[in-house]
Design a protein around this ligand. Sequence first.
Ligand SMILES: Cc1cc2nc3c(=O)[nH]c(=O)nc-3n(C[C@H](O)[C@H](O)[C@H](O)COP(=O)(O)OP(=O)(O)OC[C@H]3O[C@@H](n4cnc5c(N)ncnc54)[C@H](O)[C@@H]3O)c2cc1C
Length: 464
Amino acid sequence: MITVLIAFRQPPVGRSGPASLSRKLRPQPHVLEDTPDDSRILNGSFGITIYKMIPDIPILIVGAQLSGLSAAYHLHNEGINKDDIYFFDALIKGKASQNWIPGTQGPELPRHTKFVSVPDDSSYSSLSHSRILKMGAQQYLRLKRNGVWLQREIAEAFNKNLVRNLGTVVLSNPKDENKLLEEFHLYKELGFESTLNEFNQESIERVFSTSEKSFTRGLFVPDDFIIDIEGYVNALASLLPETHFLNGHIVDKIEDRTDHVIVDYSIKHRTGDQIKIEKQQPITAGKVVFATNGFFVDSNLRHLLRQYWNYVLCFKDEGKNTPNAFYFGRNGHYFTRQDNILIVGGEDTLVDKNEFSIPNNRDQALEKLLNWSNETFPKLSGTKPLGDHYGVFCETVDNLPIVGKFDTQRNVYYIVGCNGDGQSALSYSAYLLPAIMGIRKPRSKDEKDYIDLISPNRPTLRPR
Ligand SMILES: Cc1cc2nc3c(=O)[nH]c(=O)nc-3n(C[C@H](O)[C@H](O)[C@H](O)COP(=O)(O)OP(=O)(O)OC[C@H]3O[C@@H](n4cnc5c(N)ncnc54)[C@H](O)[C@@H]3O)c2cc1C
């Protein structure tokens, strides 16, 4: 019998990877027992042995925060070995929400500050009139609601103290009450509880100490909650102890090949105030999942994402903890009082030319937010904020996350696009990822519909 050896060309990998990866980083040619392509026929007929390269890393998740950790958690639940999952994060696992970007530390925010809630800063009634139309908005509302339930279930199973069941209030003034009514009907149509009689002008002022004319009506969504997000992502990480976390590892570029991905990366070293970035030899990964929010933009994402700065001010404000409050005004304001600190956010501004180190309009944006806070909370007017904080979120052209693989790709997946309220949407998207990657089947028609809704290939992402 003739034996011909065919080896797939190997990329230049693995010569100087980090010590902790060294065993894995040696690509080992390996006889493929079960290759489904045409070469298999040759193998059977002529005794040709086919070699296939085993990648250095089976699954690389880029970004070890809410999306990346949730993705790993669900991949593992569907049978992926924890030891096969590697994380690269330009920063530190579990710290992005609070510490992005280095140099932005304001005061310590209270731990329970994340709003894991149904509404986002453009209401579902607005979304119904946008590219995704009413059906898309309704599906998205359901998807996010599932994310809220899922996140609550995981958090409470881990530690009940991570969750505060305070609900959300969507506020309006007399000019935009109609929008609130439309919102109420949308919730009702889908069977979600929300009420319009709990928050009138008087109760809003009593609970939030807002000024007389600010808000006249509130739509209360009782099943929303506030979460200690850092506690939550670290809880997820602790459920994945055998997973490999590599902090300060920055993915620069990837090349998607037939059965693996070549990953160009650098390592960031910090000595005192000095940061040194060192380019490494590329490595290979079987699959790559980008859970990088708006920070990594390749040719696929270039025209689909817009990054914004979001600003937060904190004030000392004694009183009971309050629900999340959103106002769907032009500047996307939101606030809540947690642990005697009032947190007020909004005044989003575009990130300029991919400059993520510091916003060029920080002072003006914070001044506007301070003015709005002074007008809205007269009792705090004139008090100096305890501090400020700002971070980056990213928006997609149709306000839905981008989850899955572009048609042109083979081994690269994305779970990006938080649209300012990714806690619920990305948590549920991560649950869908194993189905999107073909590791499990979708469990229902609804799941299939959600997968289509957030697919990178959906028509609403295409330019018009
Ligand atoms: C101030 C502020 C307030 C917010 N409030 C809310 C809220 O109340 N409710 C809500 O639902 N959402 C809120 N959001 C959005 C929320 O932060 C996101 O939904 C969520 O944190 C996104 O998680 P993520 O894991 O997708 O991304 P991130 O937490 O941004 O993590 C992305 C990670 O990718 C890493 N990374 C990026 N590029 C690379 C690379 N090339 N190589 C290696 N690593 C890389 C980064 O270091 C980072 O750690 C807020 C955002 C901001 C900025």
